[in-house]
Write a protein that binds this ligand. Structure first.
Ligand code: AMP
Ligand code: MG
Length: 485
């Protein structure tokens, strides 16, 4: 298969960084690769020939066939995992290169689960079919929800078993991201590199994500502010749809502001701010309500690693960094409040809005109401007889809300149309995802995964098919997922 026909337009700018940031590493070939899921729409956006890849792409996406355009590397990084600093690096992800898309963007194309790398630390470099399909479903669902995220181009089974608690079938996900630069990449530079290495990395990141800052006076401080803004906006979007990342370690927080690394993540059912999904998160560090705080904590680690670039005087550099970091919380809150107003059809800002929103959330928590469906009922002005909706406190709240809506300049029709465009009809709930994964893993029946993926592509369409997947009474826990699989 001629790679010109497939449409590879790869560059390898990352290899222009100092040598400490990566190691050339080929994927380890696998026995019997088969393409089990392929994202036609994304292939097209990337300028790739989906038809050809669907026919013959398994060898490529398994890492068995390396075309001339690829220059596979494993990226080095460090990270705070549950608060402890560790040297990491891609232990099972290999970057094939940066594809230049027809719209002029540059995106990383990476194989996750493609074999050991110098950073594998005793791991096997592999991944299971279930977790890789899960990453595909949830990352594509996030994209459908309008939330910045890495994407999934393909899932390829390897035909080889892997050993976890039990034997699993191995698989590789082809991950696409605007870059894989993380907070942990900067921590790595600060801990193991020189000031020149930190500067080279920051210049690279600015070039890649914030080109307009190249000529600014204190471009590194401006760059920090951009990362703060992107992460504050991203985490607000998570909170607004009830997404719990599960492992917000600094190596899983991107510079681009995209969600990355779908391990023990999940969506909340009944509204409970303490919801935790990761089996190893015993203290609830990454609980739903704690995500904004952890975002701020991670940002502080990012700023620390850039300190020498802010000012030659260390005290002054710390002062500048602290000033910038202090904006993370308020910026997050502004984004969240704006999003919540929209979910309730409020376009104007009024002082009492925050209280109105808080009161609703408190009622939802008291009555263990489903987060997503409560907003759907408000959007369609319907009452499905839940404990929340039967309560007099909720009726009183609704009266207040409707009064507030009357102060809006837009018509009721316009308001509800807008609410439809921000309150999803469907999210990848645990039970739906698990059911689809079980059919795929136990019976090689991928039809449920494909169907679910279709329904999640436009969650704001509010189709009849989506309504069938409405859930009202599922508790958020106990539900556990496991990382490192
Ligand atoms: P994660 O929890 O997925 O962010 O992974 C943390 C680190 O462990 C990353 O550097 C991964 O590349 C690495 N890692 C996870 N699973 C494996 C594995 N099976 N083999 C080698 N490295 C792994
Ligand atoms: Mg990770």
């Amino acid at each position: 298969m001629a790679h010109q026909q497939i449409g590879w337009k790869m560059e390898h700018t990352y290899t222009g960084l100092p040598g400490i940031f990566f190691t050339q590493t080929n994927p380890t070939p696998v026995q019997d690769p088969a393409l089990i899921l392929f994202n036609d729409v994304l292939a097209k956006e990337l300028g790739l020939n989906g038809e050809m890849l669907k026919e013959e792409g398994a060898q490529i996406f398994a890492g068995n066939q390396l075309v001339d355009e690829f220059y596979p590397i494993a990226q080095a990084y460090a990270g705070h995992q549950f608060g402890n600093f560790t040297m990491l690096g891609d232990g099972r992800a290999i970057l094939l290169g940066e594809q230049k898309t027809p719209s002029g963007e540059r995106v990383d194309i990476q194989l996750k689960g493609a074999g050991k790398t110098p950073y594998s630390r005793g791991g096997d470099g592999r991944a299971g079919v279930g977790p890789m399909l899960r990453e595909y479903i949830i990352s594509e669902a996030m994209h459908g929800l309008g939330i910045p995220t890495s994407r999934a181009l393909a899932v390829t089974s390897t035909g080889e078993p892997i050993i976890r608690e039990t034997m699993l079938d191995g698989a590789i996900v082809t991950r696409v991201a605007s870059s894989h630069l993380r907070v942990g990449t900067f921590q790595y530079a600060a801990a193991y590199g020189t000031e020149d290495d930190i500067r080279a990395l920051a210049d690279y990141a600015i070039h890649r994500h914030d080109l307009d800052l190249v000529a600014s006076e204190n471009k590194y401080m401006e760059f920090l502010k951009r990362v703060i803004d992107r992460q504050a906006s991203l985490i607000a979007k998570w909170q607004l749809v009830g997404f719990i990342h599960g492992v917000m370690n600094t190596d899983n927080m991107t510079i681009s502001g995209e969600t990355i690394d779908y391990g023990p993540c999940a969506f909340m059912n009944t509204f409970d701010p303490r919801t935790v999904f990761s089996s190893i998160d015993i203290q609830g560090r990454y609980a739903f309500a704690n995500q904004p705080n952890i975002g701020g904590w991670n940002i502080a680690r990012f700023a620390e690693s850039l300190l020498p670039l802010f000012h030659e005087d260390e005290d002054r550099a710390v002062e500048l960094a602290q000033e910038a970091i202090s904006h993370f919380g308020p910026t997050y809150y502004e984004y969240w409040l704006m999003g919540m107003r929209e979910k309730l059809g409020l376009m104007r800002k009024e002082d009492g809005d925050a209280k109105l929103i808080d009161d609703l959330l408190t009622l939802m928590e008291d009555h263990q109401a489903d987060y997503t469906t409560t907003f759907i009922d408000l959007t369609f002005d319907s009452n499905s007889g839940t404990s929340l909706e039967r309560s007099s406190a909720f009726s009183e709240w609704q009266t207040r809300w409707k009064k507030r809506l009357e102060t809006e300049e837009r018509s009721a029709e316009q308001i509800f149309a807008h609410m439809k465009s921000v309150n999803p009809a469907i999210i990848p709930r645990n039970d739906l995802v698990e059911e689809a994964l079980k059919a795929a893993v136990d019976h090689q029946d991928f039809s449920l995964v494909i169907r679910l993926n279709e329904l999640l592509q436009d969650p704001y369409a509010h189709t009849k098919a989506q309504a069938k997947y409405m859930r009202r009474d599922l508790p958020s826990g106990p539900y556990q997922t496991f990382c490192g699989t």
